[in-house]
Design a protein around this ligand. Structure first.
Ligand SMILES: [Mn+2]
Length: 332
């Protein structure tokens, strides 16, 4: 069953947030700046409004995003399982599959606590979910800004930083705006509060660790493409990381290089997943093609031009199948 609202937010959604006594804010595994910035902004604004909100994620805050959380509010399940006690609502930011929040969401549900979502990724018809999913938003950060506005919970400087960082991250530094001016209007409102965007810009977009830069070089040297140059892909076996100290998102940083090649319309990247024989597939396309369906048909999700899925089994077979579908997608 799905019970979803978009904006303007349905009264039942706002009322549930206003009346909850203790809310657990969560985000997906391998947290990114959109999930973290959104949950931090929500937590801070809610607390300022007198609400009891704590953040408990599966994973700790990655060091590269520590600047978003000067107060150290982001807790991980291993350290903070006890803080789930007494919660009467869980809210997952930037994902809508409850599995993607892993143990905090599982523990809440086992205790009979509702787990709702705030997200901007497309939902499959058979997903059981309650909350707000607004796929026409650039980021969960932009959506969270509108939610806090609707709730009447005002943003302090650290909340503004979280939202701005979330939007900047998910739009690739305001490049991917879905042709909607309202994303920039939110950013403008945040800047008008006196927020300094320069440290955020540098923390997100000019802070790549040296080893991850070396990794980019290795991945770029492995890019392959079809004869007509319209589809490109990179396979990144675990050996690519040999001798390098890199974070979990490091491989994904190469995706813009693959889709950014002149003439390439659709691109894929294959990297090792968490389990044995498991591969994560990232797909991107320029405006001339859509690739979301290719991830969706494999149980994944995402958007029309940026999507991903996880596959298991023989990599060569999966690569051939995905590339064939990308070739078909760019031919349309
Ligand atoms: Mn997002």
């Amino acid at each position: 069953m799905q019970r979803l609202t978009a904006t303007p937010f349905a009264p039942w959604f706002l009322e549930r947030l206003r009346s909850a006594d203790r809310i657990i804010a969560m985000t997906h595994v391998d947290p990114d700046a959109d999930g973290l910035g959104s949950q931090l902004a929500f937590c801070l604004a809610a607390r300022a409004a007198g609400k009891d909100v704590v953040i408990v994620n599966e994973d700790p805050c990655p060091p590269r995003y520590a600047w978003m959380d000067p107060g150290g509010l982001v807790q991980c399940f291993d350290d903070a399982a006890a803080t789930l006690e007494g919660a009467d609502l869980g809210l997952i930011f930037d994902a809508h599959e409850l599995d993607r929040a892993r143990r905090p969401a599982q523990a809440l549900r086992a205790a009979g606590v509702d787990v709702w979502v705030l997200d901007h990724h497309g939902v499959a018809d058979d997903t059981h979910v309650t909350g707000c999913v607004a796929t026409d938003f650039s980021s969960t950060g932009e959506l969270c800004f509108r939610l806090l506005e609707a709730l009447g919970w005002s943003l302090g400087p650290d909340s503004a930083l979280g939202i701005y960082g979330a939007i900047s991250f998910d739009t690739g530094s305001f490049r991917f705006l879905r042709n909607q001016g309202r994303t920039l209007r939110v950013a403008a409102d945040l800047l008008d509060t006196g927020l300094d965007a320069n440290p955020i810009q540098e923390a997100l977009w000019a802070s790549r660790p040296f080893d991850e830069t070396v990794l980019l070089g290795r991945i770029c040297s492995q890019i392959e493409r079809t004869e007509d140059g319209r589809v490109a892909w990179a396979i990144v076996p675990a050996s690519t990381l040999e001798g390098l100290n890199t974070g979990p998102g490091a491989i994904g940083e190469a995706m813009p290089m693959v889709i950014g090649i002149d003439g390439v319309v659709a691109a894929a990247m294959f990297k090792p997943g968490r389990g044995a024989n498991e591969w994560k597939v990232s797909l991107r396309s320029k405006t001339a093609a859509t690739i979301g369906h290719i991830a969706q048909s494999r149980g994944g999700g995402g958007h029309a031009h940026a999507a991903g899925c996880t596959v298991t089994g023989d990599l060569t077979t999966h690569v051939a199948a995905v590339i064939a579908e990308l070739v078909a997608a760019v031919a349309k």
